[in-house]
Design a protein around this ligand. Structure first.
Ligand code: PMT
Length: 222
């Protein structure tokens, strides 16, 4: 990693899960711990960038020098991202943003009556795709959490979301979510790089170096 390869740059990272309310005490969530996003935020800061970290509910300390915005729901995350991403050169979407939320959260705690229940869901906004579609978008690095056909699904996201780089990782059965290590394949137009298995802190350094190389136009193929 060039000593200060992101000096003068602004980097936004989304991290952690979102919580989608079912009623005042229940929510739909997922297993993201935020470790990946916080490691990338710390690595970008060490590389000299201004870092804005938009975090869902996680139990992690803010990396030194990083600006943190805490959110709960996908809609709150979307609002915070669009409020600040205009100042940034690079957006890294590691957050496990809920794709759906309950259509009508109940005003009061739902009482059990022994009967079955149905929860109707509506789609949440695709924050990464919206960032990539902004008038003057930052460089966009998305993550693809797949349980099968990892690279094929990830490469499809490059096109479908209009992003510049995608980090493919297999999830499920103790992989990806809330682990300290991970194995990822980074894909971009004309390139591919496999990283790991390694600690997420090491992967973060390498991902930041890749993004910095892409920002200054020196990223070759795989
Ligand atoms: O946080 P950790 O415990 O370290 O776990 C890391 C991780 C497994 C969460 C991370 O490596 C990861 O894979 N993050 C992406 C999880 C995810 O939602 O994957 P996806 O394939 O559903 O989303 C694709 C991309 O779109 C991601 O960049 C995601 O941030 C983004 N997205 C998804 C849905 C949505 N509504 N808005 C988005 O911005």
């Amino acid at each position: 990693l060039g000593s200060r390869s992101l000096t003068g740059r602004c980097v936004m990272v989304t991290a952690g899960p979102t919580r989608e309310p079912v009623d005042p005490v229940r929510y739909l969530g997922n297993r993201s711990s935020g470790k990946t996003g916080f490691a990338i935020a710390a690595a970008a800061r060490r590389a000299g960038a201004r870092v804005i970290l938009v975090a869902g509910p996680v139990n992690l300390a803010t990396p030194p020098g990083v600006e943190r915005v805490d959110v709960q729901t996908a809609e709150e995350m979307r609002y915070a991202v669009h409020a600040w991403v205009g100042a940034c050169d690079l957006f890294v979407g590691t957050a496990a943003v809920a794709d759906y939320r309950p259509a009508e959260p109940a005003a009061g705690k739902v009482k059990r009556d022994g009967e079955g229940r149905t929860l109707s869901l509506v789609p949440n906004p695709d924050i990464l795709a919206e960032v990539a579609a902004r008038p003057k978008p930052p460089l966009t690095m998305g993550f693809a959490a797949e349980t099968g056909d990892v690279e094929a699904n990830a490469r499809a996201k490059l096109a479908s979301k209009g992003i510049d780089l995608v980090v493919a990782n297999e999830v499920g059965e103790g992989k990806g979510f809330d682990t300290d290590d991970n194995t990822v394949t980074v894909l971009w137009e004309g390139g591919r790089r496999r990283l790991g298995p390694a600690p997420k802190t090491e992967l973060a350094r390498e991902l930041v170096a890749l993004a910095a190389a892409r920002l200054d136009g020196t990223l070759q193929g795989g």
